[in-house]
Design a binder for this molecule. Structure first.
Ligand code: UTP
Length: 288
């Protein structure tokens, strides 16, 4: 059973500067909800009870967000805004949320290494803190199901256009079923003509404790960072890893254009904004 999740959220967010100079990109709101809350909700909706957020310098607001704020609550009670009050209480009670600080930003592999004592001998989910996945069945649930079926680490992958494979971590392998592959290779941002497939790593993983010694052996790679993909390649030498082609859409909000698209798409899904916002967009499009 997968009960624990790790959410790496310590990164600098350089692609989103200057907004991320003094605030975490994981706290940027999509309409009225910070990105990290969508990520935590996905974990909770997938049955996760215990979450470790890998935090870092300048990221205190994430801790405050999931903490109780009595002053704010009492103000809202006075105003008799019950729905809002319940929403605030929900945030504090979503799961057991713990924080640990990544002292130096040495990459995603290094960030996950901070979870070794927290996860102990259990398998755990990894959800990138800057990536929202919108799907009917939560993507973390989809890969937990695959873990339970195959008993090996699982990487969520999505199909991307062939001419964009050089922007992603790409996997190659043998098909075990329509949606599942047994991995044979993983390449970070391959040249378009050298990519083993057009299946891109989608920011969700189920890992086993074998990842920790593999991270210890991983030498610094791209960007002089300890890359998770390199550590997974070490694991792959010892045991099978499967990839599941997920059903859902990925939004990388660390990228400004994706952030804009996410805001528009999510606004169109919100009951209170859908109609007036669609009207507004139609007007804008007419003028283009
Ligand atoms: P990214 O590579 O997208 O984050 O990592 P980044 O380094 O903040 O991005 P840019 O390129 O500077 O804009 C994916 C996730 O992993 C976390 C990030 O916070 C993000 O949620 N991460 C990355 C860490 O926790 N520690 C790291 O050392 C690197």
């Amino acid at each position: 059973m997968v009960r624990k999740a790790v959410i790496p959220a310590a990164g600098f967010g350089t692609r989103f500067l200057p907004a991320t100079k003094a605030q975490p990109k994981e706290m940027l709101p999509i309409i009225d909800t910070p990105v990290i809350q969508y990520v935590v909700q996905e974990a909770v909706d997938s049955g996760i009870e215990d979450i470790l957020i890998i935090s870092g310098k300048g990221k205190r607001s994430m801790e405050d967000h999931f903490d109780r704020n009595f002053e704010l609550e009492s103000r809202i009670v006075e105003k008799e805004e019950e729905a809002l009050y319940n929403q605030l209480r929900h945030i504090e009670n979503m799961a057991n949320i713990h924080f640990i600080r990544q002292r130096e930003l040495n990459g995603l592999g290094d960030a996950i290494y901070y979870a070794r004592f927290h996860c102990g001998s259990e398998p755990f989910a990894v959800l990138l803190g800057d990536t929202i996945l919108n799907s009917a069945i939560p993507v973390t649930q989809q890969i937990i199901d695959a873990y339970e079926q195959y008993g090996h680490p699982v990487i969520a992958v999505e199909t991307v256009p062939h001419d964009k494979v050089n922007r992603y971590g790409i996997v190659g392998g043998e098909k075990l079923s329509e949606k599942v592959l047994r991995l044979t290779e993983m390449v970070e941002k391959p040249d378009i003509d050298k990519a083993p497939s057009n299946l891109a790593i989608a920011g969700r993983y189920i890992l086993t404790p074998e990842i920790f010694p593999a991270i210890e052996q991983t030498i610094r790679g791209k960007g002089n960072e300890i890359q998770l993909t390199d550590a997974l390649r070490i694991v792959l030498k010892q045991e099978d890893i499967v990839a599941t082609i997920i059903e859902g859409k990925r939004y990388d909000i660390g990228n400004k254009l994706d952030f804009l698209k996410t805001t528009v798409e999510f606004a169109l899904k919100r009951k209170e904004f859908a109609a007036p916002f669609a009207e507004y967009l139609k007007e804008i499009v007419k003028g283009l």
